[in-house]
Design a protein around this ligand. Sequence first.
Ligand SMILES: Cc1cc2nc3c(=O)[nH]c(=O)nc-3n(C[C@H](O)[C@H](O)[C@H](O)COP(=O)(O)OP(=O)(O)OC[C@H]3O[C@@H](n4cnc5c(N)ncnc54)[C@H](O)[C@@H]3O)c2cc1C
Length: 357
Amino acid sequence: MSKVCIIGAGLSGLLCGMRLSKAGFEVIILEQLTYPGGLLASTHLGGEYIELLPHHLRRTDKALLSVTKELGIDGKVKWYDAFWYGLASRKKVGYFEGGFATLFNLMIQTITDNGGKIMYSTSVSEITKKDDGTYVTSCVLSDSRKYEIESRYVVFTGSCRTFVNVSHGLPMSMNMRDQLMNLTYQSRICLALLMKKLPSDAYIQLKFPANTETPFARIVNHSACIKDRNYGGQVLYLVGKCQISDPLWVESDQKIMEEYFRAYRKLYPLIKKSDIKSWRLTKVRYAVSEQFPETDLTEPLDNIFVCSSALTSFSTQETPENRMDRITLLANSICTKIIEKDQSDNGHQEDFIVTAL
Ligand SMILES: Cc1cc2nc3c(=O)[nH]c(=O)nc-3n(C[C@H](O)[C@H](O)[C@H](O)COP(=O)(O)OP(=O)(O)OC[C@H]3O[C@@H](n4cnc5c(N)ncnc54)[C@H](O)[C@@H]3O)c2cc1C
C-alpha cells in the first residue's frame, strides 16, 4: 500500500487525507498548528463552534456541497437570507449546524477510521527526494524534536511561497520555482467580536460612508444573518487587508483591536466598548493570492503535488476569498491523479518510515 504525506490540515489537506485513506493509501497529515481547519479553523463560543475568519457556503459551491452529501451531513447545511449592504442585494448563504467544525470533525474521523494519522504542532521544514524516488519530509515538533517521514507521494497544501522555501533541496526547474515564488499574496487581519448587540441587520457591509477611513474593508455581521445560534452574544467580524510592511501588522493584538474598534465606533457612535463581551484577533500572512498562474504548477515534480488555493482560478467578479469550492475541485483532481498513478505503477509495499533524529 503506498504512502502519502500531506502537509496541512485545512480543507485541502483533510479532503485529500479523507479521499486517499478511503482509497487504501497510508496517510499521514502534518500540521504546524495545534488544531485543524487552516483558514477555516474554529473556536468555541458559548455552546457553539465559530470560525476565526468569517465563512459561508454558496449555492454554487457544488463540489463542496457534494462532499457534505457524501459524508451524510448535507442536512446540516442551513440556508439563510443575507443582505449585502454595498451591493444592495440579497443572497442565500449556507452555514453548518455546529459551524464548519461539523465538516472537519467528520473528515478527521473518516481519516482515522481508515488508518490515517494527523500530527499537530509539526512544522515541515524541508522536503527532499532520494535516488529511488521516495520523498523525505523533515519536520520539527513543538518540543524541537525532529522527524523524517518517507513516502511515495507528497501533497503540500500551504502557500506556494512556503512550498518554495521547504522544497529548495528538490530537483525542480528554476522556471517552476520562479513561477511559484512570483505568486503574490494579500494578508488579512480579522477582529472577531462577541457583542451584546449589533447595530446593523446587514450580513456583509462592503461600503462605508464617504470620508470614513477604516482599517478594515468589510464588516460581517454573522449573527445578523445566522440568528439561531447560542454564542452567548452577537458575532461580528471586522476584516482588513494589511500589508506586512504596514506598522499595524506588527502591533499587539490589543492595539489593533483598539484601532479597529475606534474606526467601528465612528460608523456606529452609539456602540460602546462595554458592549464587547470578548474578542479575538487573527492575522493571516498568506490569505488570498492575487493572480492565477498561466501554467499548471500543481505537480512540480513527479508524485509531489501542490494543492494550494493560489493555483485555483477565480473570477474577478467575485471576492477573491471565495475559493473553498475551487480548492475542493483541485483536491479531488489531485487525489484522482494519485490513485490512477498508483494503480498503474502497482504501488510500493513498505511501511511508513518515521525516524527520530
Ligand atoms: C478572511 C477569509 C474569508 C474567507 N471566506 C470564504 C468564504 O466565505 N467562502 C469561500 O469559499 N472561501 C473563503 N475563504 C477561502 C478559504 O478559507 C480557503 O479557500 C480554504 O480554507 C483553503 O483551504 P486550504 O486547506 O487550501 O488552505 P489553508 O486553510 O491555508 O490550510 C493550509 C494548512 O497548512 C498548514 N501549513 C502551512 N505550512 C506548513 C508547514 N510548513 N508545516 C506544516 N503545516 C503547514 C497551515 O497551518 C494550514 O493549516 C476565505 C478566506 C479568508 C482569508
